[in-house]
Design a protein around this ligand. Structure first.
Ligand SMILES: [Fe+2]
Length: 152
């Protein structure tokens, strides 16, 4: 394997990790959309839905970047679970503020994952991924900002 092949393989692996995080964050955000309770119910129910829709919109773009690079991508819930670093939250009675805090931390970690993937795109000479990641990062930073401002 040449060093160019190595850097491409590392980028594909990173994109697949990002895709797994994207699916996991989508499900967690929908989970909170469904289970949030309390005086902020209406606002948070709507905010989580808006954010979930935005997150889901990234999945196809990330997977198709992997295919355009000649790699294979995720195939199943099992492959998502194996690759994601977003932790499950199955407590349906979680406090609304705790939900906001958890999504803020997950979206902040997601920004860090995007930055790491962008660096690998640069090393692999993949201009398209390098460029498109800036939009994904701006979206994730906006989600993190909206969540951060709600934390009491
Ligand atoms: Fe809904």
């Amino acid at each position: 394997m040449t060093s160019k092949d190595n850097s491409k393989a590392a980028l594909i692996d990173s994109l697949n990790g990002l895709l797994a995080d994207t699916f996991a964050l989508y499900v967690k955000t929908k989970n909170f959309h469904w289970h949030v309770r309390g005086p902020q119910f209406h606002d948070l129910h709507l905010l989580f839905d808006t954010q979930a829709t935005e997150i889901f919109g990234l999945t196809d773009l990330i997977a198709e970047r992997v295919r355009k690079l000649g790699g294979t991508t995720l195939t199943s819930i099992g492959s998502i679970a194996a690759k994601t670093s977003i932790k499950d939250e199955d407590d349906t009675r979680l406090d609304a503020q705790a939900m906001v805090k958890e999504l803020f931390e997950d979206n902040s970690a997601y920004v860090a994952a995007l930055k790491a993937t962008k660096e690998l795109a640069g090393e692999a000479g993949d201009n398209a991924t390098d460029g498109i990641i800036d939009d994904w990062t701006d979206q994730a930073e906006q989600r993190a900002w909206f969540l951060r401002e709600i934390i009491a």
